[in-house]
Design a protein around this ligand. Sequence first.
Ligand code: TRP
Length: 361
Amino acid sequence: MSKIILTGDRPTGRLHLGHYVGSLKRRVELQNSGEYDKIFIMIADAQALTDNADNPDKVRENIIEVALDYLSCGLDPAKSTLFIQSQIPELTELSFYYMNLVTVSRLQRNPTVKSEIQMRNFETSIPVGFFTYPISQAADITAFKATTVPVGEDQLPMIEQTREIVRKFNSVYGEALVEPDALIPQNSVCSRLPGTDGKAKMSKSLGNCIYLSDTEEEVRQKVFSMYTDPNHIKVSDPGSLEGNTVFIYLDAFATDEHFVEFLPEYKNLDELKAHYQRGGLGDMKVKRFLDAVLQKELAPIRARRKELEQDIPAIYEILRKGSEVAKQEAAQTLQEVKEAMRINYFDDAELIQAQQLKFNS
Ligand code: TRP
């Protein structure tokens, strides 16, 4: 069986370090591994509208931001198909049929939907489109017969829901769909990178994100004002690593080579951590190290973005071509689905013949 990747992001803002370590970096590695037969990367504008229905311009403006972030991180249109969800109407059609295979109570139990309903104060007035987006996500994944879905941990309930829909579909209508596996980051810190303020998640509305497109100065300022251990006041005080954002980021980003290059007094992160916990290591020194590590990672991405920004029409053209390729794939799957569901009529000569015989007798 072919190995196929599908994944994507909602275009509600520029992408940040949470996206990067949670999924984007891995996608580029998977793309370059050469192990996959097809790779589809989707800008999920239709899904973004499920909770931004009254703000279409936000979604519209951020398509290009997300595309630039993708390309500057190394996603390559020669190897991966980049496309826009709303341009593939087949996805909506698939969703409509999958809706028959999912109960309202099952959707209500989806932990990601549950927490999003709370976060958005939707409790008393949940938009139906939003409520059913896990079904549409199952359509996204199955339309491309994806075997592998690289995502952050928060998306696991979506993949589980997709797998249930696939099993149900295949048992009712016959094997037409492929059951996907999620691929989450190996390093658990990468699954949930906190905001610079120490809050559980980076979120644009909280203003605690470091964006891939931030300038060198913006990154430095954000690192220097990061949340650490509030009880670590004097350099000589013992410091705590628990909830200490700077160390959590180092867990996600720092390698032994970074120590050789930027902080050779320490062999590795364990030594640095031990010194911090003992006392005698100031926050500023650790922050300067984190800044150096992040700048090293982000500098090439930033430079590539600057170049790509010079030709915006070319970026839209990449998305247009990708959307055409994606549409063909999805149309093929939709046809198979309709056959399996017995809702193909005009291409079925046997059906027409049999119906004629019935009326002749
Ligand atoms: N739900 C994902 C997010 O919020 C975006 C998304 C939409 C997606 N469809 C998908 C991710 C299919 C993986 C597979 O970021």
